[in-house]
Design a protein around this ligand. Structure first.
Ligand SMILES: [Zn+2]
Ligand SMILES: [Zn+2]
Length: 302
């Protein structure tokens, strides 16, 4: 089993000197190695393993990804565990990472920033082991490598001289599939409340990710204060010290506009601070960006 790591690490650089088409190692990366991983996965209908030595020519960093087809059926979008080989073949990462193609299309030059922001949000949902790596280095200046580095959620590193036994590798793969499952579960929870299309679900996830991002929320509260902007509730006066500086940030951009166009965050105009009740209620409105409607309901009762 650990040949799926050893063979590329020891043979890729010399294979790269030869013709891409028909190369045996390239073929193994596409077919044999993914099949080997697939053979240890219990739920074969749900997961799909794909590998690539490059498209039409040698990639700097070949990869083998395990896709949960509930999340994504292509490496271009979503998130997934992936073996990423360093360009100098000194080692390989098992990284829980993100598809970059779709993000790149939507966010252009902000792609790296968006991937990093999302990685941070993903991490917030996981139990992180101190041994997990939050940063990876693929020893390449290529754009794809840089985006994979930005998209890393957590990773494990295997240097060539310290490759894991097949058994250890199997356990690591299972561990990453478990983390993957944790992220998936949290995701579906978010959108349970409403009947949503796939795109709307994505937009809702983005909404929640933005407002649950701890550094953004912190800045919003600094700018907006701690009094509910819908009902004027003040946690501090109700709950005294316990409620000191407690409030929730709500991202006010219409959900239907999220993920389209440029990714920009304006702390002044894009957010309101709400008490927990008003935050729940505003999400029950057909348009959760309509603060005036919520105020009207509170004041007039209809
Ligand atoms: Zn309120
Ligand atoms: Zn909200």
């Amino acid at each position: 089993m650990n040949n799926i790591l050893r063979e590329p690490l020891t043979e890729y650089l010399s294979a790269k000197q030869t013709t891409f088409a028909g190369n045996i190692l390239a073929d193994k990366l596409r077919n044999e190695f993914p099949k080997e991983i697939e053979s240890i996965i219990v739920d074969k209908t749900r997961y799909k393993v794909v590998g690539s030595p490059g498209m039409g020519n040698w990639a700097e960093c070949p990869w083998i990804a395990i896709l949960d087809t509930l999340i994504t059926d292509s490496v271009q979008s979503g998130y997934y565990p992936v073996f990423l080989f360093k360009a100098d073949m000194s080692g390989v990462y098992l990284s829980l990472n993100q598809g970059v193609t779709i993000v790149k299309e939507n966010y252009k030059k902000d792609t790296k920033k968006v991937l990093k922001l999302r990685a941070e949000d993903f991490r917030a949902k996981l139990d992180i082991d101190p041994k997990d790596l939050l940063d990876i280095d693929l020893s390449s200046d290529g754009l794809n490598a840089k985006l994979y580095e930005a998209g890393n959620i957590i990773a494990k590193y295997y240097p060539l001289e310290e490759l894991p036994s097949s058994e250890k590798l199997r356990l690591d793969i299972f561990h990453f599939l478990k983390l993957y499952e944790e992220l998936t579960f949290n995701d579906t929870q978010l959108s349970e409340e409403k009947q949503l299309t796939a795109i709307e679900k994505k937009q809702y996830r983005l909404h929640f990710r933005i407002e649950r991002n701890s550094s953004i929320a912190k800045q919003v509260k600094k700018v907006k204060g701690y009094i509910c902007e819908a009902c004027d509730f003040d946690f501090n006066s109700k709950y005294h010290d316990l409620g000191f500086e407690f409030i929730e940030a709500h991202h006010l951009k219409p959900i239907s506009t999220l993920g389209i166009g440029k990714f920009e965050i304006n702390l002044q105009t894009d957010f309101v601070v709400l008490c927990s009740n008003c935050h729940s209620m505003i999400h029950r409105l057909s348009d959760p960006s309509d603060l005036n409607r919520l105020r009207e309901i509170i004041q007039k009762g209809y």
